[in-house]
Design a protein around this ligand. Structure first.
Ligand SMILES: NC(=O)c1ccc[n+]([C@@H]2O[C@H](COP(=O)([O-])OP(=O)(O)OC[C@H]3O[C@@H](n4cnc5c(N)ncnc54)[C@H](O)[C@@H]3O)[C@@H](O)[C@H]2O)c1
Ligand SMILES: *[C@@H]1O[C@H](CO)[C@@H](O)[C@H](O)[C@H]1NC(C)=O
Length: 432
């Protein structure tokens, strides 16, 4: 109906009406004059409309920075500057990426505690329950550590941060973690572990002064290696997962930035880190939840019924290794985006050097939770997990004074204590 009505409007209402020719010239002059001035008015109107539209657009653009975006503005800059303030002699100001993550939270707290300035950045993605990340953020806020909500792919944000603070170090822990999730969402690994890393390194190489960088690689780069214990000199060109491949790529990419721009780089290959405020997607965490809820747990077994084993490393030991890496890292040598001399490039294993089989880990949890697990033994599907990990840490011991002191029994006890205080026996908070 409406379309018919509209068509009718454009039909001449009196098609056959006679027109007086004598008046035509006069009328045409009038019409011409009228249409010129109308045209002029219309043009004026359009110019005004365009101008107001453009100024409105720029208002919205700059406004979004202050109203809808999570960063920018005088107040924001002040928070960043205050958080980065150094409170000890010869202290550092450190930008911690992935600060609302498991390791990032602990490292941020340790640095702040000794008087270093810390600014965090995290995108609070929902790979696992973001409310846990928000709770970690509150923990950091209580110690006057400010976390910027943003993505490391946001070059403008990074440039702004380096503009506001002359960071001495970047502790880069933001990443898409987890091995099996790569089957589901491969692009999230490329987004954070490759594209995000390059964006971060670009910001670092441009910054003046350039910061020194310590970042998390992974034991997963050893992939299908069978030579144990894993040493830094062993081959790492047989990754078993996309996650491992992106971490390996990260090692090559950081090497390039070290070589071309003189960035000081330390890569840390973490071995299965666990502890309070840990990651819900990791086995020790989800086993604890399921055992408490009397639900069955799936325990993978390798070929020929060989149990999987991991070199479980307690979070406090990892934190010591991270802090020691910062303390022993040399300055970057570049400036103005150009290399001025060779810069430090290091890679270390940070493990515990005492692998424990997964069924033994379950046994420890059973004793501490005082609940028997309903174990469902399944042959390991070939989706990225490796059968075992075992770190040779003699290089980290020599160069960083790294010496892990917490065995799995002691560490899991601390984890269980935290878990029960945070979730309770019957899971007040939901865990994904
Ligand atoms: N926990 C382990 O066992 C282990 C082992 C080997 C390596 N690692 C590495 O250590 C680092 C820390 O791991 P974790 O266990 O604390 O993991 P996590 O997932 O708890 O922490 C990573 C944090 O980074 C954030 N993040 C992810 N992508 C981001 C992006 N594009 N921009 C901004 N923030 C982003 C996440 O929101 C998360 O809070 C990671 O690089 C991880 O790959 C961890
Ligand atoms: C551990 O690595 C060091 C080199 O960092 C090497 O000298 C040593 O032999 C390795 N130990 C084992 C048990 O493989």
């Amino acid at each position: 109906m409406p379309s018919l009505d509209e068509e009718e409007l454009f039909l001449p209402s009196t098609p056959g009406k006679f027109k007086d020719r004598s008046n035509t010239m006069h009328r045409q002059f009038h019409r011409c004059f009228a249409s010129t001035s109308t045209l002029f008015l219309w043009a004026l109107f359009l110019v005004a409309l365009t101008a107001s539209y453009l100024s409105f657009q720029s208002f919205v653009d700059s406004g979004s920075r202050y109203f809808s975006s999570t960063w920018g503005g005088i107040h924001w800059e002040k928070q960043v500057r205050t958080s980065a303030q150094v409170r000890r002699a010869n202290g550092f100001s450190v930008l911690v990426t992935g600060a609302a993550g498991f390791v990032g939270t602990h490292v941020s707290l340790a640095l702040k505690k000794r008087g270093d300035g810390v600014v965090g950045i995290d995108n609070f993605n929902n790979y696992y329950d973001p409310s846990l990340k928000k709770a970690r953020k509150s923990l950091l806020n209580a110690q006057n550590i400010f976390i910027v909500e943003g993505d490391i792919n946001d070059a403008q944000l990074l440039a702004k941060l380096f503009d506001v603070v002359a960071f001495t170090h970047v502790m880069h822990l933001a990443a898409q973690a987890g091995v099996r999730y790569a089957i589901e969402n491969p692009h999230s690994y490329v987004h954070s572990n490759i594209a995000g890393l390059v964006t971060l390194l670009e910001a670092c190489k441009t910054a003046n002064p350039q910061p020194s960088i310590v970042w998390a690689s992974s034991s997963s780069v050893y992939g299908l290696n069978e030579k144990v214990p894993f040493s830094e000199s062993h081959r790492t060109d047989q990754p078993a997962s996309l996650y491992a491949a992106t971490k390996k790529a990260g090692e090559e990419i950081t090497h390039t930035y070290n070589h071309i721009y003189g960035l000081s780089i330390t890569g840390l290959r973490f071995f299965t880190v666990y502890g309070p405020w840990g990651r819900p997607d990791m086995a020790y965490f989800s086993f604890t939840r399921n055992i408490l809820q009397r639900k069955p747990i799936t325990v993978y077994r390798g070929k020929n019924r060989v149990d999987l084993a991991r070199d479980f490393t307690y979070i406090d030991d990892i934190v010591k290794g991270c802090v020691a890496s910062i303390d022993t890292s040399k300055k970057s040598t570049g400036s103005g985006g150009k290399k001025r001399g060779p810069a430090q490039y290091r890679i270390f294993n940070l493990g515990n050097t005492s692998p424990v089989s997964v069924p033994m880990m379950v046994g420890i949890l059973e004793r501490q939770l005082k609940v028997k697990a309903k174990k469902h033994m399944v042959e390991m599907p070939g989706n990225g997990d490796v059968p075992f990990t075992h770190a040779n840490i003699s290089l980290a011991r020599r160069e960083l004074g790294y010496k892990p002191t917490t065995d799995l029994q002691t560490g899991l006890k601390k984890f269980v204590k935290w878990y029960l205080s945070y979730y309770g026996h019957n899971h007040r908070k939901s865990v994904k």
